[in-house]
Design a binder for this molecule. Structure first.
Ligand code: UDX
Length: 458
């Protein structure tokens, strides 16, 4: 009997919701192209294997204490994870590779490559030790990926301190980022050393990889993709927003989405509801929470607001804050702990999205043609927000002003005034272009074909 040899791809996501979603989506895409899939994951933020019965899940110990899993310092968390996970990953891969080369009469799977997040900085040397090709997944806009690698250099060149008079200027090496945004990306004094050495390691460990898979497309990232050869010699695969590829839907949510959002939206008029969500990491002070609450209420418009447990400093959740507030809204607002975001954005009643502009949320909003209000807090969110407001002009930037009057005004501009209609027209055009890119003949579709050929050649 002839033996069937199936190629197995190993995926190792960074344990953050914004990185797990694109990685599992990529897994589904590769599975649909005939590869076997194994997901290696940490105990911290472990994905729900029962949601993906066709994949093999293997857990490794990440050694994080309970306090470390709860810290708001994501850089510290990533540093600890990188320090702790090298040996467990090495052992896990060794077992897998040994098992794959053992005899089975009818079918054999061969481990072909490792795909992991750019934020893992030890994986290249692990992959090398097994002679395993490694592909890097970039879960950011590629402009940000290239730009953030320059941060240590920009710091050495004496960018700081920034005079107030230059705050609004563009950063020449990193447009359309403004200088005031870059200051926030460069981190506070206590983080500088860690951040810069982490970024240097990301660059060092990405360069020898076999390629990079980018969750973006030429339609959104043309300039930076064209620039990439100045830094990297390997192929780049911009395969488009992963969630709009034609593969069966399944959730990779770490939290339980509140499904009552959908019947609530059903009761509202088309494009009448503002969806408010700041992703899986952003936290805020109680006074910021109250400013947003009052701003939303004062619009007298309907809103659906995700407030994650633990996202308001010093509170488990906001029961006591929300009680009187919700009553005063008379049904016009709904607050949930976690939403089925893709379904909410696709719902006809959703007319705007007040977002932190995480890359996944930004892509999801574009793909559903939902205009945005940008309230970025950290990291790539600051750059994504500039693209949304200044380049594509598909949203309004709050410029960090978490103040009730500013929020009310921005919501009205987007949801009621003619400016909102113009923004809607522009985002619809971009939505079509991006969606077309993943269809047969589109740029992302072609890139995915090339990626599949490449993995098959390993
Ligand atoms: C993180 C970083 O913060 C972000 O800047 C980076 O671009 C990616 O990694 P996160 O803050 O979680 O991500 O934001 P985002 O990228 O938008 O990802 C959040 C994901 O969670 C989205 O896919 C969104 O659909 C999902 N989500 C969010 C839900 O399913 N329900 C919710 O209620 C909120």
């Amino acid at each position: 009997m002839e033996k069937i040899i199936k190629k197995r791809v190993i995926l190792f996501p960074l344990p953050l919701q914004g990185c797990i979603n694109p990685m599992l989506q990529l897994a589904k895409i590769l599975y649909s192209r005939g590869f076997s899939i194994t997901i290696i994951h940490t105990t911290f933020n472990a994905p729900k294997s029962s949601d993906h019965p066709l994949f093999t899940f293997l857990q490794i110990q990440d050694g994080l204490s309970e306090t470390q899993t709860q810290t708001r310092d994501v850089l510290l968390q990533l540093t600890l994870l990188n320090n702790n996970c090298e040996n467990p990953l090495r052992k896990c891969l060794a077992k897998l590779i040994k098992h794959d080369s053992s005899d089975s009469r009818t079918e054999e799977t061969k481990v072909t490559c490792l795909i992991d997040d750019s934020g893992w900085v030890f994986t290249q040397s692990v992959a090398d030790s097994f002679n395993l090709p490694r592909l890097v997944l970039c879960a950011y806009k590629f402009t940000f990926f290239l730009g953030h690698l320059l941060v240590p250099q920009i710091r050495r060149d004496g960018f700081l301190p920034l005079p107030d008079s230059e705050a609004e200027e563009l950063v020449p090496m990193f447009p359309p980022l403004r200088k005031k945004d870059l200051v926030r990306i460069m981190g506070n004094k206590s983080q500088v050393e860690h951040l810069d050495s982490y970024l240097v390691k990301i660059l060092e460990t990405t360069k020898p990889a076999s390629g990079i898979i980018v969750m973006s497309c030429e339609e959104l990232d043309q300039d930076s993709l064209a620039e990439s050869h100045k830094v990297f010699t390997f192929p780049i695969y911009p395969i488009g927003p992963s969630h709009i590829h034609d593969v069966p839907a399944s959730s990779s949510s770490l939290f339980e989405p509140d499904q009552s959002c959908i019947p609530w939206l059903d009761k509202n008029e088309t494009r009448s509801v503002l969806y408010v969500s700041l992703g899986s990491i952003v936290t805020m002070s109680e006074s910021e929470f109250l400013e947003i609450a009052c701003g939303l209420k004062n619009t007298n418009l309907a809103f659906l607001w995700v407030v994650r447990p633990g996202s308001v400093h010093g509170r488990d959740w906001i029961e006591s804050l929300a009680l009187g507030f919700m009553e005063s809204l008379e049904g016009k607002g709904k607050i949930v702990k976690w939403a089925p975001q893709l379904d909410v954005l696709a719902h006809r009643a959703t007319g705007g999205f007040l977002t932190h502009n995480g890359w996944n949320s930004t892509l999801e909003s574009i793909c559903e043609g939902v205009p945005m209000i940008s309230l970025p807090f950290v990291w790539d969110q600051l750059l994504n927000a500039r693209f949304v407001s200044d380049v594509w002009r598909i949203g309004i930037h709050l410029e960090g002003r978490i103040e009730r009057g500013e929020i009310e005004r921005a919501v009205r501009r987007l949801m009621v005034e003619s400016e909102g209609e113009e923004i809607l027209e522009r985002i619809k055009v971009l939505q079509d272009e991006v969606r077309r890119s993943v269809k047969r003949g589109g740029s992302s579709y072609r890139s995915l074909d090339e990626l599949v050929d490449r993995i098959s050649s390993f």
